[in-house]
Ligand binder design. Structure first.
Ligand code: FA5
Length: 392
């Protein structure tokens, strides 16, 4: 309900209007009021609309203005028709009718003009939103880079590619047969204690057991099952162990396996290959040595060491103190390896009398730590960009 005094709710008699001139003056006031309202900016119009409790005040200001003036039942024009024209004395009827028509034409024209201008503004705003401003700075999408372990993997692969090895891969979920038995590690072998690992919970009745592989060595078996000698492969990949995390141990880490089998491979080929790799990877000045070791799937088995790359093999750091990396020994343990145990050939139907070969299994994370001077293996798995950014 309008709260301000609205002359169109009264009759002309009630307003004390008796002659045509007064009628024209009253219409002029109404028209001025309309012209004032339609010229208001939207927020001012909204204020007025609430203040005067216009019909349809819940709508947008332009629609509300239209309802207020030309609404069929309670619009100002309808009120003039009901309150001024219909009860007007005969003498005033022609002038009221003619003034009402003029007002109607004026209001309709102005409302239409307003509608078109609002539509135009809305269209312009929408297209301005869609327009691309080529002068604005672009969105910077950082380009990722290889993880350091991936980079080291590539370096190692490239060295072995250069001497005729190729890459093969195998599953990370393995059967005990490939992970242990075919590598000459029967069920109750003590070596399993170090490697007995994460077994999968399988649904009842599913063929099993299955485990996360503890090393990349099962791929030796899978490769020899499929190929006849000569075989020269490397196998990079993730492996899993039930090791407690510390600066050099992680329960998931990366290994790179190597296997070469042919009819005439000797221990010299083996040590020569390893020495070539180590010098390519760490630099010509490093020395290698090997010590006897034990793996059920190699015979003889060795552990390769490299002369300490931090103290140059002297065992003494720059300050004269004992080198903390090699603990004064001048040597750092690198990885296990050996000549393939003839018992393994039995599992893949190779004739152990005709073939010979060597195998090795390196911890890639530890090689990366040595080469790039990283103290803690855990940083490889924490994905802290402050670390990763140092190796673009
Ligand atoms: C093996 O896994 C053998 N399969 C290697 C092998 C292959 C020997 C072929 C002979 C012939 P070992 O358990 O020593 O060996 O592990 C190999 C390398 O993995 C280690 O030298 C070490 O660098 C790395 N390594 C072992 N455990 C962890 C661990 N928890 N976290 C990070 N690196 C590890």
């Amino acid at each position: 309900m309008p709260t301000v005094d609205n002359p169109t709710e009264k009759t002309l008699a009630e307003l004390g209007i008796r002659d045509p001139l007064e009628v024209a003056a009253e219409f002029a006031k109404v028209r001025d009021r309309f012209d004032f309202q339609i010229a208001l900016p939207a927020d001012e119009m909204r204020k007025l609309m609430l203040q005067e409790a216009w019909l349809g005040s819940e709508l947008d200001p332009a629609t509300s203005l239209r309802n207020f003036w030309v609404g069929r039942k309670r619009g100002v024009l309808a009120l003039i028709s009901d309150n001024w024209l219909k009860p007007a004395p005969t003498v005033l009827k022609p002038v009221v009718g003619s003034e009402l028509n003029k007002l109607k034409v004026h209001i309709e024209a102005k409302l239409e003009e307003k509608r078109l201008s609002l539509e135009k503004t809305a269209g312009e705003q929408a297209s301005a939103k869609d327009r691309i401003d080529l002068s604005l700075p672009g969105v910077i999408r950082p380009i990722g880079s290889h993880h350091l372990v991936r980079t080291v993997m590539q370096e190692i692969e490239d060295i072995f590619f250069s001497i005729g090895f190729s890459v093969v891969e195998g599953p990370e979920i393995e059967t005990p047969y490939y992970n242990f038995e075919a590598l000459n590690i029967p069920e109750h072998h003590p070596v399993r204690d170090d490697m007995d690992t994460f077994y999968l919970d399988l649904p009842k009745g599913a063929p099993g057991p299955l485990l996360l592989r503890t090393h990349t060595s099962p791929v030796q078996i899978r490769t020899m099952e499929k190929r006849q000698p000569p075989v020269r492969v490397i196998v990079p990949g993730k492996v899993y162990r039930r090791d407690n995390p510390d600066a050099t141990h992680s329960f998931v880490f990366h290994q790179i396996e190597g296997l070469a089998v042919d009819t005439d491979i000797t221990f010299c080929d083996f040590t020569g290959t390893i020495e070539y790799f180590v010098k390519q990877f760490f630099g010509e000045s490093v020395k290698t040595r090997f010590r006897p070791s034990y793996f059920p799937f190699t015979e003889p088995s060795v552990e390769f060491d490299v002369s300490c790359i931090f103290c140059g093999g002297s065992g003494t750091g720059a300050s004269g103190a004992t080198c903390g990396k090699c603990k004064g020994s001048g040597w750092i343990e690198l990885f296990g390896a050996g000549m393939v145990d003839p018992a393994v050939y039995g599992f893949v139907n190779y004739d152990a009398k005709k073939v010979s070969g060597f195998a090795f299994g390196m911890g890639m994370d530890r090689l990366a730590m040595l080469k790039y001077g990283i103290d803690d293996i855990q940083v490889f798995f924490q994905n802290d960009v402050r670390f990763l950014r140092q190796f673009p």
